[in-house]
Design a protein around this ligand. Structure first.
Ligand SMILES: NC(=O)c1ccc[n+]([C@@H]2O[C@H](COP(=O)([O-])OP(=O)(O)OC[C@H]3O[C@@H](n4cnc5c(N)ncnc54)[C@H](O)[C@@H]3O)[C@@H](O)[C@H]2O)c1
Length: 310
């Protein structure tokens, strides 16, 4: 892949996107408004790229991948000649409006402008811009160099050509794009994650199980299957006759259970109890080390999935 890519914001997600595109062979221009973020990022990038190399997830020497990530001294320098600008700055509507107005003024009409925003819709920050037809959301999962899903969420006015181009660029960079046919807050992944969290919090708050056991329901239960098939394929295979057979057997019960699944209020008392239970398992001082452990487990899982033929 030889397109030039601009990454705006060198925080957690911006750095991870820089690795995705540099790993795929792209020249990457990386810009951040905070000079310290740019000073810190070389060492952090090298650490992450070296971890990938250790797990056999890149073939090149880490220094060669890092060499394709160039620190830009201005927004204009970063976006010069870019096929795609991936924005990763702080998550406020004002900040997104301001940066997209600046990007729209700086970039030619052929450049795709994508936001990594977790919750905002493209229509909320692109409505007044002349080039709004090439602006969309490309929502990654942290960290995108390990978790390939990208949710492409166009505004009603985003052109079909821009959506196709973004889909093509993300695919060729090794990601798995999915397309939202219409805008919705939280896109797909965070809505589904939110539904799971809602029910886990309800079950915890109402004293049905410990936090540790509720986590086991995922890691030693549902999550095992969900690493290689989704909920629809799961139900298709969990009754001999497929989806309709499953729905006839279990649909009425699921429907009744769903009626009793109330919105959780994220009450402070429940969160404090959950925090205390988590801290008894893992002290605050161990959080960073455990995050690194998680990323290494993810790398081993990604390497395993790559070695599967089907
Ligand atoms: N953290 C996650 O798990 C996650 C996952 C998916 C999407 N996102 C989204 O990605 C975006 C970035 O999140 P993050 O976790 O990397 O945040 P972060 O705080 O780690 O990084 C944000 C960076 O943007 C820089 N910045 C702020 N304003 C700027 C500007 N005007 N121009 C250039 N740089 C600017 C900051 O200096 C900082 O380095 C957010 O929109 C967030 O919702 C985050």
């Amino acid at each position: 892949m030889n397109e030039k890519i601009a990454i705006i914001g060198a925080g957690l997600i911006g750095r991870a996107w820089a690795i995705v595109f540099a790993r795929a062979g792209c020249e990457v221009g990386l810009y951040d408004a905070a000079p310290q973020a740019l000073l810190d990022c070389q060492a952090l990038l090298l650490e992450n790229i070296s971890d990938l190399a250790e797990h056999g997830l890149i073939e090149e020497a880490p220094a060669s991948v890092l060499a394709r990530i160039r620190i830009a001294s201005s927004l204009a320098e970063a976006v010069q000649g870019a096929a795609l600008v991936q924005e990763n700055i702080r998550e406020t509507i004002e900040a997104k409006r301001e940066i997209f107005a600046a990007l729209d003024a700086l970039c030619g009409p052929e450049t795709i402008l994508a936001s990594s925003t977790s919750w905002l819709m493209a229509s909320e920050f692109s409505a007044d811009l002349a080039g709004k037809g090439r602006i969309l959301v490309g929502h990654p999962v942290n960290p995108p160099y390990l978790v390939p899903l990208v949710e492409i969420a166009p505004a009603p006015w985003t052109s079909e050509a821009a959506v196709q181009r973004a889909h093509d660029l993300y695919s060729r960079a090794g990601q798995t794009p999915v397309l939202l046919k219409k805008e919705i807050t939280g896109f797909l992944l965070n809505r589904i994650q939110g539904a799971v969290l809602n029910e886990a919090l309800n079950l915890y708050a109402e004293g049905y199980a410990s936090a540790a056991d509720l986590d086991k329901v995922m890691k030693d239960g549902l999550g095992l299957r969900w690493a290689f098939m989704g909920p629809f394929e799961t139900i298709d295979l969990n009754a001999p006759g497929g989806v309709i057979d499953y729905a006839q057997r279990y649909g009425p019960t699921y429907k009744n259970v769903a009626k009793a699944q109330l919105p959780n209020e994220w009450e402070n008392a429940v969160l404090l109890k959950l925090e205390a239970e988590r801290r008894s398992e893992l002290s605050a001082a161990e959080l960073a080390e455990r995050t690194r452990w998680r990323d290494n487990r993810l790398m081993a899982l990604v390497a395993h999935k790559r070695n599967q033929t089907n």
